[in-house]
Design a protein around this ligand. Structure first.
Ligand code: BES
Ligand code: ZN
Length: 605
């Protein structure tokens, strides 16, 4: 008789997965999938290679909307595969359905034959019309937080790490890319489309970092390990915008140690991509809305790159610990920005970040203002607020200021080295912090109320208050608008954003008009500026911007822009009617993740 493995401590239990990794844990995943654009499905198999701390227990994996055709088990790579019994449990709205697989004694792998559903939450299937080239379809995945289970049956928990290999079969003229090394032994070294691609990820990563994109793609390389993929029509603009990528990696490496993933490539997605960026290892996914033409929005690249340390090397063990991913990443992002573009730019971004946090805190219930958030019974997406991002980063900045940069930099370097390729909880971080920083200097430690930062709502009174003198004239200009014409020739995007946000919410139509006359905001092609302006237009019923509003909402799928605009629209009856009319047109083009969020706002089903 083997003894039962001990249950994990409560703080490490992932309430968003049915898997019981302390009993049976996946350590490697093999995929063989065919991409069918006509039916909008992936079909094939996933094989999970497992370790079995308790050999009497079944393997439990997460699924959502998958059709499971057959499961085979085997012992060893060459072992014979034999069909085994499996049961698909009832589907929970948030979690999906557990698939329980009876593993024969000694078996160490299960091959699951399955098909995805056309509505799979991780997948967006784009018609040619939704792409830049308009000729070929496009597919991409978005697995974070718990969508991987809608395209791969696996233990979908960030506490479970696996290596993976994949073979992807596509229409012959399209290229498939994954968050892994392209395997040239079976593929084609010249990257000519073959329709048959293989990949390998030799490091253990959490499931939310498994990613796939298929489309008509071109490549531009910056250096030996950096480059950008985009549709051919977008490639030129993208490669100019992102050509500081290598500098950013070097800046991060100088602070936090060598880049661990061999290559760093960006993939520019069509505009319906629901996020700004996604840190898929070796292949960051980015929205085309950050290509402003002047590199003003590339902090997003710094952010996703920073995840190569915070998040992808050291990973939140559960979605409660999400701030370990995002708070650290925003902190590192600003350090990269400072190194590459100078201190003023990093400071402006910190000021804008703190402002955003303060605005969001006004709307969030106290329980959602806590870094170590309780998400039981909730969708982990509910935890994606500026609390994890900006409050998390502000906490680290408070530590940096209390202990001094030199000591804090050493601490972070040691943190990344100690926990590399591991998933950790907030408690793990706190123990490490106590031992390696707080206890080394009680006087400095006394300046940072760590318990309050991690477990209480709001922002501690002692929190840093970032400032930037470049914002002073901007604030003056907003205050004196109407009385004095400001000198704005040298203003950058950050200053314009700060300027717009400095106005009261109800500034009124007349001021909206005069601002537009002076600066043509309605014509802005900078996505951050136009979305801020459109928000003000809705608030103040500034009709001349409505056509632009409709165009924006029907062409961009980035949830960060969509959500506030729809939320503002539905506040009045006329706005609600407008929102419904626009949404009826726009929804078919949105990603299921964005559509799901907007459904709630507009009150669909
Ligand atoms: N990992 C996140 C995106 C994410 C978080 C997807 C949670 C699903 C669930 C990514 O790194 C991110 O934070 N993206 C931001 C951009 C960033 C510059 C703040 C975004 O998409 O807006
Ligand atoms: Zn992030």
């Amino acid at each position: 008789m083997t003894e039962k493995p001990p249950a994990p401590p409560l703080h490490a239990v992932d309430v968003h997965s049915y898997a019981q990794p302390h009993l049976v844990a996946a350590k490697h995943v093999e995929l063989d999938l065919t991409v069918d654009f006509d039916k909008k499905i992936l079909s094939g198999w996933a094989e999970l290679i497992v370790s079995r701390p308790d050999p009497s227990e079944p393997l439990i994996v997460d699924t959502r909307d998958l059709a499971i055709h057959k499961v085979e088990a085997a012992t060893g790579e060459k072992g014979e595969r034999t069909p085994v019994k499996f049961t698909l449990g009832p589907a929970d709205k948030i979690l999906g359905a557990p698939l329980t697989i009876d593993l024969p004694s000694g078996a160490d792998r299960a091959r699951i034959h399955y098909t995805t559903s056309p509505g799979a939450s991780a997948l967006q299937w784009l018609d040619p019309a939704q792409t830049a080239g308009k000729k070929r379809p496009f597919l991409f995945t978005q697995s974070q937080a718990i969508h991987a289970r809608s395209w791969i049956p696996l233990q979908d928990s960030p506490g479970v790490r696996t290596t993976y290999r994949a073979r992807i079969r596509t229409p012959k003229d399209l290229i498939a890319l994954m968050s892994a090394r392209r395997d040239f032994r079976l593929g084609n070294p010249k990257e000519e489309p073959t329709g048959d691609y293989t990949f390998r990820m030799p490091h253990r990563i959490p499931s939310y970092l498994i990613a796939l994109a298929v489309g008509d793609l071109g490549y531009h390389h910056f250096g030996h390990r950096t480059g950008v993929w985009a549709e051919p029509a977008e490639l030129d603009r993208a490669s100019k915008e992102f050509d500081d990528t290598e500098k950013m990696i070097q800046a991060a490496e100088k602070l936090y140690g060598p880049y661990a993933w061999l290559k760093y490539e960006l993939l520019v997605l069509p505009p319906s991509f629901p996020f700004g960026g996604m840190e898929n290892p070796l292949l960051t996914f980015v929205t085309p809305t950050v290509i402003a033409g002047d590199k003003s929005l590339v902090s997003l690249v710094a952010h996703e790159l920073a995840h190569s340390w915070s998040g992808n090397l050291v990973t939140n063990a559960t979605w409660r610990d999400f701030w370990l991913n995002e708070g650290f990443t925003v902190y590192v992002e600003r350090r990269i920005q400072e190194a590459v573009y100078g201190e003023p730019r990093a400071r402006m971004e910190a000021v804008l970040g703190r402002r955003e946090l303060e605005e969001e805190l006004k709307k969030l219930p106290p329980a959602d203002q806590i870094l170590h958030l309780d998400l039981k019974g909730r969708d982990p997406d509910d935890g994606v607020t500026s609390v994890a991002y900006e409050k998390g980063a502000l906490f680290l900045l408070a530590l940096e200021q209390a202990f001094g940069r030199e000591r804090f930099d050493q601490f972070l370097l040691r943190y990344f080295n100690t926990f590399r390729f591991q998933s950790i909880t907030t408690a793990d971080f706190r123990a490490f912090l106590d031992k390696n920083l707080l206890s080394t200097d009680p006087a400095a430690a006394a300046k940072v109320p760590v318990e309050e930062w991690v477990t209480q709502p709001g922002i501690p009174a002692s929190a840093p208050q970032p400032t930037c003198e470049l914002f002073t004239p901007v604030e003056e200009a907003a205050k004196n608008w109407g009385a004095k014409v400001p000198e704005t020739k040298s203003w950058n995007t950050h200053q314009w954003l700060h300027f717009l946000r400095a106005f009261p919410q109800d500034l009124g139509r007349a001021k909206m008009e005069s601002l537009d006359r002076a600066f043509h905001f309605t014509k802005s092609s900078n996505s951050e500026i136009i979305s801020q302006w459109l928000l003000m237009a809705v608030r103040n019923q500034y009709e001349p911007a409505y056509p632009k509003l409709e165009e924006f909402l029907t062409s961009v799928g980035r949830r960060k822009f969509l959500r506030p605009l729809y939320e503002e629209l539905v506040k009045t009856p006329a706005g609600k009617a407008r929102a419904e009319a626009i949404y009826a047109k726009a929804r078919p083009g949105y990603h299921p993740i964005s559509a799901g969020s907007i459904d709630l706002i507009v009150g669909r089903k």
